[in-house]
Design a protein around this ligand. Sequence first.
Ligand code: GLU
Length: 302
Amino acid sequence: MTDSALSPDTPSLYTGRFAPSPTGPLHFGSLLAALASYLDARAHHGRWLIRIEDIDPPREDPTAADSILRTLEAYGFEHDGEIRYQSQRHDAYQQNLDRLIHQQQAFPCQCSRKQLDGKPHHGNCHCCATADIAWRFLAPEKGEFCFDDGLQGRWCEDFSAIGDFVLKRRDGPWSYQLAVISDDIDQGITHIVRGIDLIDSTARQALLYQALNQPLPAWSHIPVALEANGQKLSKQNLARPIAADSISDTLFTALLWLRQQPPQTLRGAPAGELLSWAIAHWRSDALKGLQGIAAPDTFCRD
Ligand code: GLU
């Protein structure tokens, strides 16, 4: 082995992830997020982790996590490490919340979102710490957060539009923002590839990274798949689950949707072969600047 050779234990410089919330079976839109994050990670010889974001049981379907994992496996995705479940990570989230409280960057708030509407800042939420409180992050009142998205280019968000966002809800659950950054930090995620519907969360998440003194990951937001009426394909608007019996066709269609150009000779090829081709030929540039692309009809609502 030469000095420059990487041993199998050398940590990769790239760690990506797919982090579905188990609210229903995998649909075409979530397959695209899984596929883009997977191809980007593997094309960079990176690691790719799966994390089930099960922090909000009332919104979840108890069979969804297993069904998503089975589907990913059937589609040929190979993940690194153990699958993580956010429902088992309360202590880690509490530790980060305690640190933010200690730094006076989190404060208890009794006000509802409605009461805070239009005046979302700390000064407007006078309350005492009773049991019925949410914990909010004390966000800057002025200024903006800008970053260079790998696909969407320079993207800025004004802090005045963000306000003091929730870290832990009044009714108990952890917020998506606190949970997602806690795990992305803890799992050493360096590159986040996800749908552009989440791009508005990036500034909030960056504030949390900075408050916890952590380096920012690189973000790339892929376009969302749209229904004919322009709405995002989602579990909420009844996108069809992707089929278990037409894996090769569905993967081929997903690659075309991601503006990759698989050769016709690969039509009908096994999933593993399609994925190997797609890793070797991945061009994320093809998605640059795109925010929404129509989904094929077969994947839209029933
Ligand atoms: N769990 C989120 C979702 O399913 C995705 C989180 C993320 O990629 O940051 O929408």
